[in-house]
Write a protein that binds this ligand. Structure first.
Ligand code: CTP
Length: 266
């Protein structure tokens, strides 16, 4: 299941990733864990409150992001999982720390707090595009014969915001977004999102992926190339594949940022 990129085109390994295999429970282990590369992963939907009991949301299950978190931890990354309001339990692993969010505003705050620590951000969360401008006062909206018109405002594009923050703060970091579209619109939409959001890669997958246990995906990369696993995979298999690809992108970015192309800062 190796990606073309991780199949040997780059010789540098992620700093410390393979070398650091700490003995469990020791203080040395804790110190070494802090030195591991960090993957920040967002997963699940946002819920935007209408009143005290109702919200605007979507059907994202968070399964794919959770699987990526588990796969990254197994591969030796330290993982920060930002998980929305979903039924699934976050994966349990010594290297995974989970923070919960409910709204786009919560997620924006968490990204602001953790983005700078990350070597890679995988933005699998299904962020609502619109939210009620104001939450109804007085608890709960009452039924009326007149019906109800909700006024919605656009949410900020969090991923595009992360790309801007990366540039502003000179962060050495890989940004990966997702595009969930009808098959006929997949490629054009993914390419558009790559440019519009200023990210390194967009994972394009078909609408049917939502709530399913399997995924058929193609990854569009900022250098114009594409990568795709063969056929339809379980979300767990795909997560391992995506972690490998992300690792290769992190290495490529580090190599291209160093003046000699050797990955060392001079
Ligand atoms: N995204 C985000 N902030 C938003 C909306 C989306 O960070 N307000 C991220 C998603 O997490 C995903 C990527 O952007 O990684 C694409 O999400 P999508 O909803 O498909 O894209 P939109 O920008 O909303 O574009 P459109 O609605 O036109 O398809």
């Amino acid at each position: 299941m190796a990606t073309k990129r991780s199949g040997g085109s780059t010789s540098m390994s992620l700093s410390g990733l393979a070398a650091v295999r700490p003995a469990r429970g020791s203080r040395v282990a804790a110190k070494r864990d802090a030195e591991r590369p960090v993957m920040l992963i967002t997963a699940g939907p946002t819920h935007e409150p209408i009143d005290a009991v109702r919200f605007i949301g979507n059907r994202s299950s968070g399964k794919l992001g959770a699987a990526v978190a588990a796969a990254a931890a197994e591969a030796g990354w330290r993982v920060l999982l930002l998980l929305g309001p979903v039924k699934i339990e976050p994966p349990k692993h010594r290297l995974i720390a989970t923070h919960r969010f409910m709204t786009t505003a919560d997620l924006e705050k968490l990204l602001g707090k953790h983005q700078a620590d990350a070597d890679a951000l995988i933005m699998a969360a299904a962020v609502a595009d619109f939210r009620p401008g104001a939450v109804a006062k007085g608890g709960k909206l009452r039924r009326t014969a007149k019906g109800l018109t909700l006024k919605l405002e656009p949410t900020p594009d969090l991923l595009a915001g992360c790309a801007k923050a990366r540039a502003r703060k000179h962060l050495q970091q890989v940004l990966v977004g997702f595009a969930l579209e009808k098959r006929e619109e997949l490629e054009a939409s993914a390419k558009g999102k790559l440019v519009r959001k200023g990210v390194d890669a967009v994972v394009a997958n078909e609408l049917e992926t939502m709530e399913a246990d399997t995924i058929r995906a193609k990854v569009f990369i900022a250098d114009g190339s594409t990568e795709a696993p063969k056929g339809r995979l379980s979300k767990v298999e795909f997560a391992h594949w995506l972690v490998e690809l992300t690792e290769a992108l992190v290495v490529e970015r580090a190599l291209s940022a160093s003046p000699c192309g050797c990955g060392e800062a001079h």
